[in-house]
Design a protein around this ligand. Structure first.
Ligand code: SF4
Length: 276
């Protein structure tokens, strides 16, 4: 297991220095990878792993996955942090592998004030977390009439921009296959876009194992969980639900109910001229 501490302090440098440093590291990392065996998308028996591994084994597996990918991708490995419980768990795991690992947050004009305040706290703590947001004009209450379009504009577009601007070759997510009907067909290592590997290191964790990990490591979480939310997104599209399905409170009353915002299902490597 990696011996690094999540609390290790390092000087990130100025934004200009950082950009230069990461560009050169990213290129060096790409050059180093040329001609070498690369970490590849593999098909595993995910349900067997979900049920067959205990909590400790799942933590070790997640750390090993991130460590292996970080060794290969270096600074072009970046963590997507949605500020939900799964994301903060993945972010904490990544920081144990290396405090230098960078991340990005995609925010929207509709995030609840509690989430925005939590975002500011996280960014103050981790300046290597970059925030992306799309301020383009959207039709009033588009989230009611066309939630897929609204998510495409406000969430997928800034995610694509983050992937491009941060020179990402491998992105790490907090996706879990036990979270709902839309999340059963994923793998821990995937390649949905050419030139962009996707790592889902906590894919096989149960919801209770996330809370177990966060409690054991005293990881701060969004205060909205204390109000009863189980899955968090934008304010108009997140509700408190007592349904056994963890994502039942998302997009209630629309065709998208319990569904996805699109960042896990839509292409993310920007194809010029393709639009949203
Ligand atoms: S979660 Fe709702 S408000 Fe947020 S981008 Fe998607 S549809 Fe729009």
């Amino acid at each position: 297991m990696p011996a690094t501490s999540p609390n290790t302090v390092f000087d990130p440098g100025t934004p200009g220095q950082l950009k230069k440093k990461y560009e050169s590291h990213s290129q060096a990392s790409k050059d180093k990878r040329k001609g070498q065996m690369m970490i590849k998308a593999i098909k595993e028996d995910i349900p067997a792993l979900v049920e067959g591994l205990n909590f400790k084994q799942k933590v070790e597996r997640a750390l090993a996955l991130i460590e292996k990918a970080y060794k290969e991708f270096g600074d072009s490995l970046v963590v997507a942090n949605s500020l939900g419980k799964d994301s903060v768990a993945v972010w904490h795991l990544a920081k144990r592998v290396s405090p230098k690992i960078r991340g990005f947050i995609v925010t929207t004009r509709f995030k609840p004030p509690e989430t925005v305040a939590f975002m500011h706290e996280e960014v103050a703590l981790y300046p290597e977390l970059q925030v992306f947001r799309n301020d383009a004009e959207v039709q009033d209450k588009l989230y009611e009439t066309e939630p897929d379009r609204c998510c495409d504009i406000l969430k997928v577009e800034p995610t694509r921009r983050a992937i491009k601007e941060m020179n990402v070759d491998c992105w790490v997510t907090g996706l879990r296959c036990t979270e709902g009907r839309t999340r059963v067909d994923f793998q821990e290592i995937e390649q949905r876009d050419e030139g962009l590997l996707k790592l889902n290191p906590i894919l096989i964790w149960y919801e209770r194992e996330i809370w177990e990990y966060l409690a054991l490591h005293s990881v701060p979480v969004n205060p909205l969980y204390a109000e009863g939310y189980r899955s968090l997104g934008c304010a108009p599209c997140s509700h408190i639900s007592t349904d056994p399905n963890e994502r039942a409170g998302r997009w209630v009353g629309t065709s998208k109910c319990g569904g996805e915002c699109g960042i896990h299902t839509r292409p993310l490597k920007l194809v010029e001229g393709a639009g949203i």
